[in-house]
Design a protein around this ligand. Structure first.
Ligand SMILES: Nc1ncnc2c1ncn2[C@@H]1O[C@H](COP(=O)(O)OP(=O)(O)O)[C@@H](O)[C@H]1O
Ligand SMILES: [Mg+2]
Length: 241
């Protein structure tokens, strides 16, 4: 479970990026974090994961405060960033072993998972190549594989399906479903509705740094006229300019 309590983020000289956001992300469900470009999704996610300092408020992961207990909290989650352009000078296999080392994944389990997952994602043959030479989708898949290797309870995924080929996208969605069904936390962001509509149990909608809706699809539709499509509802909610 992730608890976001009254979190605000100010960047110097910029308008408030996150404004007093409260959100509880429960276990056992897939929660979509939806909002147009620039709404504040990545900023909030970077605070959840301890990448950006929180200006005020608190984030806890399974009860552990991300700022007060960063190491213990970071052991609990896997994170797929929106820009998967990291560790470019490592080979794929070096990156995965690096993750395995950090999270103390036993050699045998690690090898089994690396082989199975990278074959499923169709990047097995590229493991000996530098991540620098990978496409956007391949970089995402190597990071997703890294997350799955250490098998964390909490998944935090920032626009994970953008740039994935249909098969990999399907696989990742299935994995998200399985992980949630096993009682774990799955929180992912998206600027598009389709994925959220087919995949999420609950949706949290953010606009201009403020949470404007949290509930299931049913509740979202209930708030609006029944003849409106979800897309129309979303556009109406986020249409402020
Ligand atoms: N490092 C930063 N410095 C200043 N402003 C930032 C920084 N990161 C994000 N912002 C601003 O915060 C707002 C939210 O951005 P972001 O969280 O990336 O939105 P989203 O992920 O929903 O597209 C934007 O106005 C963006 O310009
Ligand atoms: Mg973003």
């Amino acid at each position: 479970m992730i608890e976001i309590k009254d979190v605000t983020k100010d960047f110097p000289g910029e308008k408030r990026a996150i404004d007093s956001l409260n959100l509880t992300i429960p276990d056992g469900k897939i929660i979509g974090f939806l909002g147009p470009n620039g709404a504040g999704k990545s900023t909030m996610i970077k605070m959840l994961t301890g990448i950006l300092p929180i200006s005020s408020g608190q984030v806890t992961l399974n009860g552990l405060d991300i700022e007060k207990k960063p190491i213990a909290a970071k052991k609990l989650f896997g994170y797929v960033p929106d820009q998967p352009d990291m560790f470019l000078r490592l080979k794929g296999i070096e990156y995965l072993n690096f993750i395995g080392d950090i999270f103390d994944v036993p050699k045998q389990i690690r090898e089994e998972r690396i082989e199975r997952l990278t074959k499923q994602f169709n990047i097995y043959e590229a493991l000996g190549d530098y991540i620098q030479t990978y496409s956007h989708g391949m970089r995402q898949k190597i990071i997703v594989t890294g997350v799955l290797i250490h098998d964390p309870a909490i998944w935090i995924l920032d626009e994970p399906l953008t740039g994935l080929d249909p098969k990999s996208s399907y696989m990742l969605k299935e994995m998200m479903r399985t992980h949630a069904n096993e009682g774990n936390t799955v929180f992912f962001s998206s600027h598009g509705l389709e994925v959220v509509e087919q995949l999420c149990d609950e949706v949290a909608i953010i606009n201009n740094g403020q949470l404007i809706f949290h509930g299931d699809m049913h509740e979202l539709r209930d708030q609006y006229q029944s003849d409106q499509s979800l897309e129309e509802v979303f556009l109406e909610l986020t249409n402020n300019e």
